[in-house]
Ligand binder design. Structure first.
Ligand code: PRT
Ligand code: ZN
Length: 226
């Protein structure tokens, strides 16, 4: 890496559910962020830090490959990418610096409301649509259930109505989306929050010092929010 290699690189979601909270947390920690909407990189004016604004799905890989030093990401995405990379024999190392107080949600299996569902065994032989095939697969294996998994990047909640699947496995927070689509939550397979992660092999003294300075501030902001 040639450009500004001694500046700490923090990956944050560019636009989405985690962007505002991640930025607000950094701002509360004293970072003066120079944000120009379309920019991939935002410079922090008063510290040796750059923010890389990317899709949330790319954040775990950027940190695991050492391209970024820190990243804010949902545990759901982090765990899914980890499982994927383990299977592909890619590096999947990282350290969790903090579990944060935003981005809370659960990954759940949902079936049509009118269905008479009793237990996970009822899913045997069914087709489930999801954006999280590895997490779903792990859960089904642990429960000894065989299903067909259909991979969808979006509009998962309409899959049963569209005749693409019998059930879905998707993120839920209030449950309103499931209800609006005539579905009911039947199994919670993963509970998630946003986390701050660090690359495992970070060795630069200056950068480590900067992280040491930031972490108590992050803990402080979270305690103040409690
Ligand atoms: O563009 P990019 O790839 O960066 O963003 P994205 O569209 O993939 O992700 P985004 O911004 O929707 O979500 C980012 C992260 O926020 C997720 O990975 C979770 O860690 C967290 N999060 C928390 C959620 C939700 N709550 C959530 N409710 N992510 C998505 N949802 C969706 C869910 O998929 C469903 O469509 O909201 C709907 C359900 O919400 P309720 O309130 O109706 O239950
Ligand atoms: Zn995404």
């Amino acid at each position: 890496m040639t450009v500004n290699s001694n500046r700490l690189r923090i990956a944050i979601q560019k636009s989405g559910r985690l962007s505002q909270d991640s930025q607000a947390l950094l701002t509360s920690c004293g970072l003066k962020i120079n944000l120009r909407e379309q920019r991939l990189i935002a410079h922090v004016e008063n510290m040796d830090i750059d923010l890389l604004r990317v899709r949330d799905d790319d954040i775990p890989g950027l940190v695991m490959d050492g391209v970024c030093d820190l990243g804010f990401v949902g545990e759901n995405v982090l765990e899914e990418v980890s499982l994927q990379r383990q299977m592909d024999n890619e590096t999947y190392d990282y350290t969790v610096l903090a579990r944060l107080d935003f981005g809370g949600c659960r990954l759940s299996i949902a079936v049509p409301q009118e269905e008479d569902y009793k237990s996970v065994k009822d899913l045997e032989g069914r087709t489930i649509a999801t954006t999280y095939p590895r997490l779903l697969n792990r859960y089904l294996k642990q429960n000894g259930v065989n299903c067909r998994i259909v991979n969808l990047k979006g509009s998962v909640e309409v899959a049963p109505r569209a005749g693409l699947a019998d059930a879905i496995c998707d993120l839920v927070s209030t449950g309103a989306t499931l209800e609006a689509n005539g579905l009911k939550e039947v199994e919670v397979i993963y509970r998630s929050k946003a986390v701050l992660i660090q690359r495992r092999d970070l060795a630069d003294e200056k950068q480590l010092k900067l992280i040491k300075k930031l972490m108590p501030r992050i803990q402080g902001v979270m305690q103040a929010n409690e």
